[in-house]
Design a protein around this ligand. Sequence first.
Ligand code: SF4
Length: 1015
Amino acid sequence: MPIELLIAPAASGKTELCINRLRATQQENPLTQVWALVPNTQAAAQFRSRLAASGGGMGVKIGFFHHFYQDILEENGRFVPVISQALSHRLIQETVREVSASGNLRHYDAIKDKPGFFSVLKDSFAELRSTLVTPEALLDYTRGSTPARQELAILYERFLARLGTLGWIDSEGQAWLAIEALENNSAIASHESLVVVDGFTAFTAAQRRFLKLLGQQADEMIITLTGEPESTRMVHRRAQKVLQGLETELSPKIVTINHPALLATPILQMEKSVLNPEAVEQCELQEPILLEARSQSEEAREALRWVKQLHVRQNVPLSKCAIYTADLSTYQPLLRAAADEFGLNLRFSQRDPLVESPAILSMLNLLTLPLENYPTRALLNALHSPYFQFGLESQDVENLEKVSQQAIIVTGKDQWDAAWIMLARKHQDYAEALDDERYRPDLTAGIDLPGLKQRLDGFWNLFTQIEITRSEAGWVEWLEALLSTLSFYENISTERDRAACSSLGEALRALVVSEKVVGVREVDYSQFVTDLQSALNGANLEEPTEARKNAVFIGKLVEARGSRYQAVALLGFSEGLFPIVENPDPFLDEELRKDLGLEPRLQREQASTFYQAFTRADTHLLLTRPYLSKDGEPWEPSPYWQAAKALFKGRAIIKIQSFEGRPQAEAASPQELLFWGVQQGQLIYAEDNELQQRWQNLANAHRILDARRAKHAEGVYEGDLFEQASSLAQRYSAGYSWSASRLEAYGNCPYFFFVNSALNLDITKPLEPGLDSAQVGSLYHRILELIYSESTKNHTNPLDILDDVASRVFKDAPEMFGFRPSALWEVEKSQHLEKLRKSLQALEAERGAWQPIGFEKKFGIQGAPPLELRLNGRIILLHGVIDRVDHHPNGQTRVIDYKTGGSHLGELELKKGLRLQLPIYALAAQDALRLGEVVDGFYWKINDARPGGLKLSKFKAEEDEGIKAAYHVAKEYISSYVSKIQEGSFRPEPPSDGCPDYCPASQWCWRYQARYNND
Ligand code: SF4
């Protein structure tokens, strides 16, 4: 009996007719064998349920081509194992390696290890196989051609030869064997009464040949095709080509159906008229079917809102809804995020790559640590991972982070080893806020460092066995043991992670099996990790069963075939998104495709894809597009959008504008409802208790926002802690010892003081080798201290001993000041030395008769008396370290404070209360340390080799001048600051030159102002 080809427009009853024919055949002979070939899982499920609804189904085998290839082979008594995806990937990898080793890979040599190359080869081989291109034909065709083509042909030939040697087959190769079986045995499929081939939009050469041979043996075969014979419309062009191919090869009897398509009016109008060059009568719409949203993200939300509305208001089951888009990889995360918010289940045709699973990512991060010499951030991330138990408590990992910060551990076990020794001998001054130049907090105070080191050693021991080479099977065994030691599998708790573990198992099996089939090869650890990554790159994550229940189907536009839905939304109808911009295939070029009969990559009849996609909807259709590009420019609509729009009169398009209030009843999630409520100033569903509670929270948030947006910072949300005044007064009571830098911090910005000093928050800086500004400050102070103390003691010229002192300090500096020398340390040392030399020369030139008598003089620290100030009836204690105290032969005293930063050291800063250190230190030298009457003091700018602008002896206030005036101003500010701190007044006031980059509040402070020069 000839093969029947049933061609008719979409939704005109082709599947119905097939089902009726199946039922009739079954009724005639209940034990007969009938087959139904469908293109995808959705089509299979729908065909099965329609068949069941018609009262039949028993004995009908519904499946895909590969199921029937398998059946034919089994019928022929041949069982050939089909290679798994993971193993196929490995085999391609091995083939590339072999061809490269034989010197036949030049053109592709640079990308021979890239996982993407293996994936492309896998797809190219599959396409060549589906088009029945033999390796010999490809080698013949490429002889004398470009190196790229020749190498591809060699790889193809070697891959198939390897498969043949193993006695295995890839899924496309099954078609070849099934065809061969049908050709050699004309009775294998003769017991098939009816074969239905439904829902396809195209057939590969292998599929056509298989159908032809099957059709010759089966009693009856019906193939359906969506289209119209003789049609010249663009939307049917692909169907015409398929029809031609089938006619040439199968010589079928063409049958048409003449019923009208069973589609809702707007969809029917599009089915009949879209992209129809003939004049079309416009149709009136009840509701718009075209929706424009600002961005792709909003477009995804609107599409899902539309689905949810249909589900909630019109009881359309979610499983009867589908969304298609040409660019699924862009829309997939957007749809997933919106669906999570809206409480909708989605089912994607495209499974997530296995390497994106958190469990697998964590494992790969762990395995790559030794290869990258344990970068500290990645190491700490691994130690924090919930997938592993390293025998470390979470407090331990936090402490390790502190150790890494304190000892500047950038990378490598050797840095950790050195850090434990260094921290054990840590310089005592760490603990004290000496001044803003030298302050480094002691992050590791109170940590049991030996115990922590011992626990971390357990981690290093995990990788002691990786220096040797092993077989892949040996490495897999090592990995399994590692994962078991770390309780990896016990820590897997979600269905998604379980699916990832199962795919991981398959990838590991593929590594072991591939070695069995291609021969044992000893590889080092790095190669094993590369092979594992490559195997994982080729694998996808199984979709959890839960996700498949009552879910909206999401697929690519090209996958829209064979299944029908009540509601379909099509996304991305803007220029460049769909129709997609076609590019030639760099591996299988257009000329080769044409010559060998492969489908072209250019001119792919996208209008037919569009037709197939929108005709999947029976009742509800929505087309959406973004109208603004990412950079805010208008985004032109796609020509298909324009074509659809031209078919309707009245309101065909709805445009979503963010400034237009939307009915709250359309909100698809509580968050969205509340957001719209806030925009509109009222919540309509106020009787709902939970919503009411959240509404109240938002009202509070609104007050905070208002306070933060007010021109002047004020109120409890902007640093007024008056309610905490009693506890603040207690904390900063008479016994509290202040440093000049703390008080100056308050003067520069009260909120900065609150965050940094009261809350003790600090910025975690990225770890970098080399010295930070505090360490440079400490280094310079130490060298100057030693130079002056030794030169004073030995009566030598300070400049004569500079080199010697500096070299001694440089030698111990990393350990003493806790930094990791960078590669430029040697160069940096000579730069530091040069700066110090210039500074010292200038200092000496300025010295005159002054004689240094005190260096690093502490007050209020380590038993030294504090400076006690009696201000407004209370005692304020102060501590600090005076860099240098000089005596004059006339009995006078002066203080010098070294600074590496060169700005804000003038008189004005003292008048504004931003710099109080110098008068405080002068008072401390005089009153606390009793070093004589201080008559002067100045800052010394080491880098600039000159004094700062403030000289205490020349200070001028409004009513007074000299050092006494400076004391008076400083005391006024000290008293005022302490009072305000005790009262809880911490309003943010950005410094006049912007906020310092070390202010921890800069992460969230609404008063933040960028600083242009952070010196
Ligand atoms: S960011 Fe600026 S205004 Fe805000 S607390 Fe820090 S220094 Fe003050």
